[in-house]
Structures are given as structure tokens and as C-alpha cells.
Design a protein around this ligand. Sequence first.
Ligand SMILES: O=P(O)(O)O[C@@H]1[C@@H](OP(=O)(O)O)[C@H](OP(=O)(O)O)[C@H](O)[C@H](OP(=O)(O)O)[C@H]1OP(=O)(O)O
Ligand SMILES: Nc1ncnc2c1ncn2[C@@H]1O[C@H](COP(=O)(O)OP(=O)(O)O)[C@@H](O)[C@H]1O
Length: 294
Amino acid sequence: MMASTNNVILAEDIRPFTSQVAGHACQTDKHSPGMLKHKDGFVLKPLLKQTQAKTELEFYKGLASSPHVDLTPFIAQFHGTAKINIGSYSGEVIILEDVTGKLEKPCIMDIKIGRQTWDPFASASKIEAEEKKYTECKRELGFCIPGFQVYDSESCKVVKYDKSYGKSLNKSTVLEAFSIFLNLHNQKHAAKAIELYISKLEEISNIISKQKQLHLYSSSILLSYDCEKLGTNVEACEWANVHLIDFAHTFTGKSHKEGVDENYLHGLRNLMHLLSQLSAKNKKGIPQVKTTLP
Ligand SMILES: O=P(O)(O)O[C@@H]1[C@@H](OP(=O)(O)O)[C@H](OP(=O)(O)O)[C@H](O)[C@H](OP(=O)(O)O)[C@H]1OP(=O)(O)O
Ligand SMILES: Nc1ncnc2c1ncn2[C@@H]1O[C@H](COP(=O)(O)OP(=O)(O)O)[C@@H](O)[C@H]1O
């Protein structure tokens, strides 16, 4: 559809994006409309802050000719920018592929990677605010969970877990969060998704560990799967996926210090380790819902 900068998207063609699990939500007092969904299937990310908008656009525009081009299959397709005027927000949006768009019952988890979530240009007050959030998870695991949604495989109802839940987690309870997300309480069918996540995260880790100029701060891994396909014979690659999102604090050029992004890789390795632990437990048999035998 639209790929130029002079596009204007009509308010009647957009609606709230109901599968948003974290990030800037719809808050009229902050002039934030939240993530939006276009009638043609794209998601629209409002560019709320000038510096971050510039940083994120630079990332998407430069990806195809960058040394980290191999990350492309893990990143939503970028379709340019457009202007919108909706409610109290009048400004630019990034037009992106909806990486969860094909899922009938989308289960989605946003995992913010890195012990350090503030970028090198952050103000003292931003550093202080970031250091106070998700403290235990970031310190002990090098990642945190700002939000997720899951369709409970028994009730088929969607349940959302927001950032206040994520902020309450620690090294032990984070396992519980993954267990809820993967429906491991009800059954073991997510095993195939876990294996796929691990292998994709390994690929991402291999690519990033070869980069000396790519630094991802406060960027997230989006894990997704379709609850509708749990327990079917459909290959996991058809209904589960891993993406990198949110490049508002990602630096790719020589403007930033050189060196492999150990902050990101540390979180990624811990995430892979945790998923491997869950996979092993799942194979042995996690305690199932209690049944009373006569
Ligand atoms: O307070 P702000 O404006 O720095 O907003 C935070 C955002 O910072 P940014 O605008 O990108 O610098 C921040 O965005 P980033 O992940 O840094 O892009 C988060 O959305 C954060 O929410 P959470 O508590 O980490 O889930 C946001 O925090 P809260 O709004 O929940 O405090
Ligand atoms: N390309 C995408 N496809 C599907 N969902 C997305 C996509 N990008 C972002 N999201 C959803 O929107 C949320 C916020 O996105 P993000 O880029 O992190 O925004 P913010 O900069 O406000 O934190 C994510 O947690 C995810 O649920």
C-alpha cells in the first residue's frame, strides 16, 4: 500500500491494536494512541518522541544495507511512515508488518533484553527510573517481561498480564510466568514451540555475537504462538515464531562505542537457558492439573 513519507492514513481505516502486550499504551493525557492496526493488516507504531523516532527509523531504513542484514527474517517488514490524526494524537507512525497477524488465538510475550535498559545517551533521571524497574529480573537474568497475553488452552479465553505483573517477577517466579504463557499447566503441547524458540534464539545470538557496531538497548524479543494449533500435527514453524522489536534505543553506527553487545547477549543466553530448563522439565512431565481417582 503505502511507502512514502507523505502518506496520510485516515482515522476510519485504523483501530486499536488489540494484540499489543507492552509498550506505550493508549493514554489520552499523554497524547499516546497506543499501537494501531490498519485495515490492510499492518500495525502502526506512533512516533511519540523525536530522538527515539529518529533512532528507530534509522534502524529500519538501514537494515537492508547493514552488516546485521541477516537479522531481517526476525524483524517485521518496514513499509515506511505515514501521518495520522486520531483523537489527541496528530503525528507520524511507522508502518510495520503485523508479525502476529496470522495467529487465530495469538499468545504473545514481550521480553525486554538486557540488564541495562537505558542507552548511553540517557539522562540521569532516565537511568534512575530504569534502574528502579524490573530490578530483580534484570539483575539476576538480564531480561524482564513487560507484558504478555495467553489464550488459556482449557477455557479458550484470552488473559493479559501487564507490566505491573512483570515488575513483580523474580528469578523463580519468572518460570511460572513462562509456564502460564506456554500453557504448560494444562498440557505439554507447547514443547515443539519451546524447541523452535531455542533454535531461533540461537540463530539470533550467533548473528549478534559477530557484530561490533550493533547495540540494542531496551529492545524486545517477541515470542508468539497460536493456541489454536496446540496439540495438532502442524509443524511448529507454522504457528510459533520469534521476532526482534522496538529499536527506539538501538545504535548501529560508529557514533557509539564499538564492541560486541554483551549486555544483550547475556540476556539472550539466560533466556535460552531458561527455555531449555522448561523443555527438560516438560519432557519429564510437569505436574498436571490434579485429578481425583476413585
Ligand atoms: O516514562 P517514560 O516516558 O520513560 O516511558 C517508558 C518508556 O521509555 P521511553 O519513552 O522509550 O524512554 C519505555 O520504553 P522503552 O522500552 O524504553 O522504549 C517503556 O515503555 C516504559 O514502560 P515499562 O515500565 O518499562 O514497561 C515506560 O515507562 P512508564 O511510562 O511505564 O513509566
Ligand atoms: N511488528 C509488530 N507486530 C505485532 N505486534 C507488534 C509489532 N511491533 C510491536 N508490537 C506490539 O506492540 C507492543 C509495543 O511495541 P514496541 O515497539 O515495544 O513499542 P514501545 O516503543 O512503545 O515500547 C509490543 O509489546 C507488541 O505487543
